[in-house]
Design a protein. Structure first.
Length: 130
């Protein structure tokens, strides 16, 4: 694994800053009550920058973190080799759920309401544009 350069780290930081601002607003006011403009303002970015990183509000909730594969690998690697498989899987899933709890709550609300914007499966977001 190679360490990302400064440019890639800045892109990831901006991506996460936008997601964090959006999730906070969604949790405070509800998904439908929050506009892209409000998310951009809360994240201290322009509307255009928002769309450089996400295709819309739904993508903030459903797109995977660009480092998610590495996070899964780290969780799996942290388990003892002699641990029973079921215990390892349980520990990994619980740890992952804790890390993603902020967006899981919003996803569940959107799906429970049957909102047309709620995607039926997780999408893979393209890397942010330069």
């Amino acid at each position: 694994m190679t360490t990302p350069g400064l440019r890639e780290r800045k892109k990831l930081a901006t991506w996460r800053q936008i997601r964090a601002a959006a999730l906070q607003l969604f949790n405070e006011r509800g998904f439908e009550a929050v506009s892209v403009e409000e998310i951009a303002a809360a994240a201290d970015v322009s509307r255009t920058t928002f769309f450089n990183y996400f295709s819309g509000k739904e993508a903030v909730v459903f797109d995977s973190d660009p480092e998610e594969p590495e996070q899964w690998r780290a969780l799996l690697a942290a388990r003892p080799e002699d641990e029973p498989v079921w215990e390892s899987l349980t520990a990994v899933l619980l740890a992952y759920t804790e890390r993603t709890a902020d967006r899981v709550i919003v996803r569940k609300r959107l799906r429970r309401r049957g909102t047309s914007s709620a995607r039926s499966s997780r999408s893979t977001s393209p890397p942010p544009r330069s």
